[in-house]
Design a protein around this ligand. Structure first.
Ligand code: PHE
Ligand code: ZN
Length: 848
């Protein structure tokens, strides 16, 4: 028992649900939900079990006849009707329950946000709305009637009737309950259209609270771009006449792909130049696309059970990343995605929460919406695409849609499609889905008789519950460069399948410089003792932009590691930065990415992976010193780059101007160590858009001289919660470490801080966890403060509390005293009476 769900226990549901008809009579404290299920046994007789939690049952009838109390059993988690009380053929079961959306602070099921009703059903929220088999392999057609005086009443599918006080919706596509959605409120639409490739006219609406409709144009345009892209890149058309998006202020995650009625965290919809940064715009475009793409990868083809979550999420992340690469700057997007993967997923994979993209057991499924399922899942799809090539990948996806449309599938189904489409055996490749851990790839090289040989060795360190790690199938993209930077051999995809394997390149006039793992062709840690001069050469000459960036990144990382341990910066690195600054031919966004130093967490991870305890204060100081050293050495070049990157004219979130702004802000941070923040103050005073305003403010906060600017910012934006989240977050992340915990405690104590809203909570506490040396303070005050807040949030919103506990996943990297403080904080959480299953599972794994 002990509440564990196992993949190996999967059994098909013994009934089919042909149809469900629901009626909602909305009221904040007592919403009445009637549900009529048309059921049919699939094979033989079986007990009928329906999930249901926190429901007050008022009526239950079978075939129109009230069910006697002895004919069913009610528990805390559901309702069971034994087989002997069921007819042999199809039957109709009707229930009426009462729920209280106004009291729902967990934001799962039906809840209220700023006066509007909305739902969140993934993964297991539908069971808080009515009695139903709440599992993704039960797909049914839904009819929904909503009764309420609110002006806008929405559900999935098409509107079929409406009048004063009610609306009815019908969804022709069978779907699992987790894709159900209902919204009711005083909402305003920003509307548009899209005509599909086959000529179907689709109405598009972005619904928001009155006053916000001026900030929806970008979301609407993003949706239209995504719809077009999915037709061109995947041959996928939209399948209803209507597509609605609703923005809500209280939401645990980013957004949700409910059929025909996506529900979004308002921060991922609302954008204006004054209130949203370039990064926000890019993220909005990507998430709108992501949720839209789910219509085929997730909704039309869904998951058999929640262990298969990465079937829809890994694939859909891969699709949204590809979309952004196509509509923006491909090379830069790949760099950003890899940097994020390493910062989050490699971190998860190296700690106590490591798990495979397809896990085989869980206690609380909400704890498995992780960066491993999403981002590593996307990398695994990317490797399949690289192994098959563009045409092979497209053929496999065509087969996937043709074979599995309308089904609830598994990773096995997915792999089989790739095998059938390509004729290849992918049984070894499948390990990527089944096993946790980041493989380490070591490289040795030889040059003899015009033959250059690369010898690779792979090894994956053990992860919780997985001691044995057989070799993986790893695609390694390699190109060879000549001494003058010419490409001697274009990119070739080597396929490594053994623990140790050599690849020879013949007929070379001289020893080449290898460019290995181009485009980050596999999610592995490349361990190669590359001389700094060679890395500087690659930074200057590699024809693969990702590896150019990578060369600079590893130079910077190694320099910072050495400095944190008392060494001096590598001269090759200092020189290379000067060249990059002066390289006006390179794209500004790319130059900015190359200039940005690795974060403190990344340096700590690199130090700890050598078996040395990381010292957060030394790392913080090293990073600061390196910024000062670089700024001093190249001051004139930084000034020139800063001034050359000024963007004139009206704001546009496009990649071109956004890249210039990012170069301007990257250089500003270095210059602030020379001019005492004068340029940052000037930029803050003159800023016409949020990107520059917030960028300048960040620099001032990091310099410790932002009081006046922070006050002005708050005075201007005090009434805009999403903007004030940035104000809070910038301070929590960037306030110098010794002052951070005190500052966070002060901001949290402000009576205006609405900590029950997940965006507010994350802005402050999530920001604090990203303040590396502030959170990992030697005296443990950071951990204690953070634990206090998790304990406070947990009874109201377990899902968000559990997600945020991942701040503790790296505690073993640090010295014994810090470890003891972190462990004490985790134990204190674990000992809290009434702890949720969500947070209990997390702290158990974290401490284990
Ligand atoms: N399925 C959503 C997505 O990735 C994420 C989500 C999961 C949202 C669970 C809410 C709850 O697109
Ligand atoms: Zn998703």
């Amino acid at each position: 028992m002990d509440g564990v769900t196992l993949l190996s226990d999967y059994k098909p549901y013994p009934f089919e649900i042909e149809h469900i008809s629901m009626t909602f009579r909305l009221a904040p404290e007592a919403t009445v939900v009637r549900a009529e299920l048309k059921l049919a046994p699939r094979a033989g007789r079986a007990d009928l079990h329906l999930d249901g939690e926190e429901l007050t049952l008022r009526e239950i009838s079978l075939g129109g006849v009230p069910l006697a109390p002895e004919a069913y059993a009610l528990t805390r988690t559901g309702l069971t009707i034994p087989a002997e009380h069921l007819p042999e053929g199809p039957f109709v079961l009707a229930t009426e329950v009462v729920i209280a959306p106004a009291k729902n602070t967990a934001l799962e099921g039906l809840y209220m946000s700023n006066g509007m009703y909305c739902t969140q059903c993934e993964a297991e929220g539908f069971r808080k709305i009515t009695f139903y088999p709440d599992r993704p392999d039960v797909m049914a057609r839904f009819h929904v009637r909503i009764e309420s005086d609110l002006p806008v009443l929405l559900s999935n599918g098409n509107p079929v009737a409406q009048g004063p006080g009610f609306a009815e919706w019908d969804d022709p596509w069978p779907k699992p309950a987790y894709l159900f959605a209902l919204v009711a409120g005083d909402l305003r639409a920003t509307s548009g259209q899209f005509t599909t490739a086959s000529g179907r006219r689709v109405d598009l609406n972005i619904w928001v609270r009155p006053g916000d409709e001026t900030r929806c144009d970008f979301a609407l345009a993003s949706l239209q771009r995504a719809m077009k892209w999915d037709e061109e890149a995947y041959g996928r058309e939209y399948d209803l006449d209507l597509f609605n998006i609703v923005a809500v202020d209280d939401f645990n995650m980013g957004a949700m792909e409910n059929k025909g009625l996506n529900i979004f965290n308002s921060k991922l919809v609302l954008a204006s130049p004054e209130t949203a940064t370039d990064t926000d715009y890019e993220r909005i475009e990507a998430v709108i696309a992501h949720e839209y793409f789910h219509n085929w990868t997730g909704n039309r083809i869904t998951c058999r059970d929640w262990f298969q979550l990465c079937l829809k999420e890994g694939l859909t992340v891969y699709r949204d990343q590809s979309f952004t690469r196509d509509v923006r700057l491909g090379a830069l997007k790949r760099i950003d995605d890899v940097a994020a993967l390493r910062a989050r997923q490699f971190r998860e994979d190296a700690g106590p929460l490591a798990h495979p993209p397809r896990p085989s057991s869980y206690k609380e499924i909400n704890n498995f919406y992780t960066t491993t399922v999403y981002e590593k899942g996307a990398e695994v799809v990317g490797m399949l695409a690289r192994l098959l090539g563009p045409e092979g990948y497209r053929a496999a996806l065509d087969l996937y849609f043709e074979r599995h449309d309308g089904q609830a599938c598994t990773i096995e189904d997915w792999i089989t499609v790739f095998e059938d489409a390509s004729g290849r055996d992918l049984s070894q490749f499948k390990l990527w889905y089944m096993q946790a851990g980041t493989p380490r790839l070591r490289v040795a090289e030889r040059f003899e008789d015009s033959t250059y040989t690369l010898e690779f060795e792979q090894e994956t360190p053990p992860t919780p519950g997985e001691a044995e790690k057989p070799p993986r199938h790893i695609p390694i993209a390699v190109g060879l460069l000549g001494p003058n930077g010419d490409e001697l051999r274009p990119t070739e995809m080597l396929e490594m399948t053994q623990a140790r394997q050599s690849f020879a390149f013949e007929g070379l006039p001289a020893r080449p410089v290898p460019s290995i793992l181009r485009g980050f062709s596999a999610p592995v840690l490349l361990e190669r003792a590359t001389p700094p001069a060679e890395q500087a050469f690659l930074l200057a000459h590699d024809t693969d932009p990702f590896n150019r960036w990578e060369a600079g990144r590893s130079l910077a990382r190694e320099t910072l590691m050495a400095m944190a341990e008392g060494g001096a910066p590598a001269p090759d690195y200092l020189e290379a930065v000067g060249q990059m600054l002066a390289d006006e031919g390179a794209d500004p966004g790319f130059r900015a990415a190359c200039l940005r130093l690795p974060g403190e967490d990344e340096i700590a991870a690199a130090i700890a992976s050598k078996g040395v305890a990381a010292d957060p204060d030394a790392i913080h100081a090293a990073r600061r010193t390196l910024m000062e050293t670089l700024a001093q050495k190249h001051e004139a070049a930084f000034v020139a780059a800063y001034e050359g990157a000024a963007v004139l004219g009206p704001y546009s979130p496009d990649a071109g101007p956004a890249g210039k702004r990012s170069l301007r802000l990257a250089t500003l941070a270095f210059l602030a160590t020379r001019d005492g923040g004068a340029r940052a103050q000037a930029l803050f005073d003159a800023a016409q858009n949020m990107t520059e305003s917030l960028g300048a403010l960040s620099v001032l906060v990091a310099e410790g001289g932002a009081a006046a600017a922070l006050a002005r910012f708050a005075a201007r934006w005090g009434a805009e919660p999403l903007v004030m989240d940035k104000w809070r977050s910038v301070q929590a992340v960037l306030t110098p470490p010794e002052a951070a915990a005190g500052l966070v405690a002060r901001l949290a104590a402000d009576p205006g801080f609405e900590w029950k809203n997940p965006n507010r909570f994350r802005s402050l506490l999530g920001g604090f966890a990203a303040n590396h040396a502030g959170f990992h303070r030697a005296d443990g005050a950071g951990y204690a403060l953070y634990a206090d807040w998790l304990i406070r949030l947990d009874p109201l919103n377990p899902q968000t509390a559990a997600r945020m506990s991942t701040a503790f996943e790296t505690w073993r990297r640090y010295d014994a005293a810090r470890q003891a403080h972190a462990k004490a904080a985790l134990e204190r959480i674990a000992a809290t009476p009434g702890l949720s299953r969500d947070l209990a599972e997390m702290v158990g794994r974290l401490a284990g």
